[in-house]
Write a protein that binds this ligand. Structure first.
Ligand code: G3P
Length: 218
């Protein structure tokens, strides 16, 4: 399973990239706003900065909600850097735009997906990635991981090539569940990725190794 980091924070992207396990980045307008990045020009500069850090796909989301605007904005975003994947919401205009970009060889990430039906439309339109939002479904007492499983199974049954990119990941446990569900990618906060390292037996085992080494070498 690939790891993307779900942030527009350059320091966190660098830290994850330096670990050597980062495969890409996802952003959205809320994550860009959180970093205080405003204005079209600044946003685009920021996407290029991220693309120059990570050797992998970087999702940049369109703000337009109508088909023509999505096409114009998506083409401009895709032209910024070869790593850019155009992120498009799962609406009627969005699905139509994904179909257009697919025919032009421009990679897309269909976002804000909450049902297998939406994921079916994204795949039929030729999306490169589909993003089911795990945490936001859990927030409303639904089951986000179950949705990931359903999409993985549907794509396998019908031979779709769209990658299942589990998004709205909130915890290390979510990452483990994504692996079990067969997700192609999980896009995660840095804290959840670092959480994978933690095990008390690793800490206590290392302490014992070092103490034994010290005992016979002092
Ligand atoms: O990848 C989508 C993600 O940014 C949404 O996460 O935690 O706002 O539901 P969250």
């Amino acid at each position: 399973m690939k790891f993307f980091i779900d942030t527009a924070n350059v320091e966190q992207i660098k830290e994850a990239n330096d670990m050597g396990v980062l495969d890409g980045v996802t952003t959205n307008p809320s994550l860009m706003a959180k970093e205080g990045i405003k204005g079209e020009e600044n946003c685009r500069k920021h996407y290029v900065t991220i693309c120059n850090i990570v050797n992998g796909d970087v999702s940049a989301e369109v703000i337009a909600t109508q088909y023509e605007g999505m096409i114009r904005e998506g083409e401009e975003l895709a032209a910024l850097h070869p790593n850019i994947v155009v992120k498009i919401p799962c609406t009627a205009d969005g699905i139509k735009a994904i179909k257009y970009f697919s025919s032009k060889g421009i990679r897309t990430n269909c976002t804000l997906v909450f049902s297998p039906g939406q994921a079916l439309l994204a795949a039929k339109a030729g999306a490169t990635y589909v993003s089911p939002f795990v945490g936001r479904l859990d927030d409303i007492s639904s089951d986000g991981i179950e949705l990931v499983e359903k999409i993985v199974n549907m794509y396998a049954t019908y031979g779709f090539h769209t990658n299942v990119l589990a998004a709205s990941i909130r915890s290390t446990q979510h990452i483990i569940q994504c692996i079990e569900a067969g997700a192609d990618v999980a896009t995660c906060p840095l804290s959840a990725i670092k959480g994978l390292l933690k095990h008390p037996l690793t800490d206590s085992g290392l302490a014992t190794f070092l103490a034994d080494h010290e005992r016979v070498n002092r």
